[in-house]
Write a protein that binds this ligand. Structure first.
Ligand SMILES: Cc1cc2nc3c(=O)[nH]c(=O)nc-3n(C[C@H](O)[C@H](O)[C@H](O)COP(=O)(O)OP(=O)(O)OC[C@H]3O[C@@H](n4cnc5c(N)ncnc54)[C@H](O)[C@@H]3O)c2cc1C
Length: 438
């Protein structure tokens, strides 16, 4: 293989570039923005006077590809922070109840038998509900198993206090409308693998510090050229291969031995490759940030029930809130949101009601909608072009739109190039190898 041009320096592109550079391949990384990281990056926010992330991100200790990536690129030991064991603090704003969900480390889920480890007011047998998801998804292609709503009862205390918040956070889509296959994959790789795979992990020092900067250093040390501010406008395609990458600032000729990884968002990839089957529906995420130093002993992450706030993160220099599947909030004035959310935090944490400096970040197309219809629109790494493969959290990883999925897709793309297997027709790749590998 000659040079590989990776276009898009989000985590999928970075992961592909790292996997290729690790194997000794020459890589050139092109990114439209002035900064790498895509939807997973840090920046200085003048209103807060703090460096924040474009969105609070939660990982779990079962995210093996994400953790493997951090190891490969030599990320600092404090890249991700979390408790030593799986422990999720929850508060119900309406009733004032507090509890801590504590799955045991091993695969055998004896924790559901222990009232002090499970959700108050629930019985051990209630926890069997997700088996319906596993049954419905079993043996089905992506999108072929139907919705969660059709496979488990989306009601009752445990659903409201556990399955709904957890599935909504993982899928960023109303769970009852979401794809069972995606939910099954998440459950299998986390709760199904035992509490040891469910330790919550947060990039307290920032996503760029944890993921992006170490990856760029790793790539630079291996001679990778990193070209920021380079927007791809089109592809010169002929005879089953791409001959040129057409950037806003000029064309890049692709030699006979060179290859391309397109690690772009689905709507951009679809512009480049007419006929590409890719998700077309997205869901937003709203984050709220408040400058206030959390009280000592505040849980790093607090799940909140019966509130607008869904997850409250206590960073050393701020409180931050994540609200998933938040399309309904896109038109709500930002100050109204800030006031409502701060009132909840003040009540939860016993703080003064005066609004501190705040910021509301609305990411409109945060993730693809995790519905069966969108899941069925995902495509493998291979394309109709011999020298071009795809990566991105929206490709057929089997996972929802997540860091783990993005990093896995980059590895899959690198593997597909090495196998020289990009021989598929423009839209959905019938070859399931890329998915099976996911
Ligand atoms: C607010 C928010 C919260 C999230 N929370 C979580 C979470 O808690 N846990 C979790 O695991 N995941 C979470 N995610 C999802 C996660 O961030 C994404 O799945 C992941 O970052 C996607 O990476 P990617 O490389 O596939 O896509 P992107 O990050 O979108 O990368 C695509 C890159 O291509 C570049 N690009 C676009 N057009 C061009 C062009 N024409 N030419 C060149 N470059 C171009 C973009 O600038 C970008 O850098 C969240 C996402 C958001 C937005």
């Amino acid at each position: 293989m000659g040079t590989v041009h990776v276009v898009g320096a989000g985590l999928a592109g970075l992961s592909a570039a790292v996997a290729l550079a690790e194997a000794g391949t020459r890589v050139v990384l092109h990114e439209a923005a002035k900064q790498a990281g895509g939807r997973c990056r840090s920046y200085f926010d003048p209103a807060l006077g703090l460096t924040i992330d474009n969105g609070n991100h939660l990982l779990l200790s079962g995210n093996a590809d994400a953790l493997g990536f951090l190891k490969t690129v030599g990320a600092p030991a404090n890249a991700l922070t979390g408790p030593d064991e799986a422990a999720f603090a929850f508060a119900d704003l309406k009733t004032g109840e507090r509890w801590c969900l504590r799955p045991n480390a091993g695969r055998l889920p004896w924790w559901v038998m222990s009232p002090s480890r499970r959700v108050p007011g629930t019985r051990a047998r209630d926890y069997l509900a997700p088996l319906g998801i596993m049954r419905a998804a079993s043996g089905k292609p992506e999108g072929g198993g139907g919705t969660i709503g059709a496979s488990m009862a989306c009601e009752g205390e445990l659903y409201r206090r556990l399955w709904h918040p957890v599935l909504l956070a993982a899928l960023n889509t109303e769970p009852r409308d979401s794809d069972v296959g995606l939910a099954a994959r998440i459950l299998r790789e986390t709760l199904g693998a035992g509490g040891k795979a469910c330790r919550p992990l947060v990039a307290v020092e920032g996503l760029s510090y944890a993921f992006v900067d170490p990856a760029l250093r790793y790539l630079a040390a291996r001679g990778c050229e990193i070209r920021l501010g380079r927007r791809l406008r089109g592809l010169d395609r002929a005879d089953g291969r791409v001959g040129q990458l057409l950037f806003a600032d000029g064309a890049e000729t692709i030699g006979p031995e060179d290859r391309i990884v397109l690690a772009l968002p689905p709507w951009v990839a679809s512009e480049m490759l007419p006929g590409l089957l890719a998700p077309v529906e997205f869901r937003s995420i709203v984050n709220a940030h408040f400058v206030a130093v959390p009280k000592p002993g505040s849980p790093l992450l607090l799940g909140v029930i019966n509130a607008l706030t869904e997850w409250l993160f206590a960073y050393p220099d701020r409180y931050s809130v994540t609200i998933s599947g938040a399309d309904r909030l896109l038109d709500v004035p930002r100050e109204d949101l800030a006031r409502r959310i701060w009132a909840e935090i003040a009540e939860l944490c016993n703080l003064a009601p005066e609004l501190p400096s705040w910021q509301i970040v609305k990411e409109k197309r945060a993730t693809f909608a995790a519905t069966p219809a969108e899941a069925a629109r995902r495509t493998g790494a291979d394309t109709a072009y011999d020298n071009l493969v795809l990566a991105g959290d929206w490709t057929a990883t089997g996972l929802p739109s997540t860091i783990e999925g993005a990093i896995r897709s980059g590895k899959t793309a690198a593997r597909a190039l090495r196998a020289g297997s990009s021989v598929r027709a423009g839209s959905r790749a019938p070859d399931l190898s890329a998915r099976g590998a996911a």
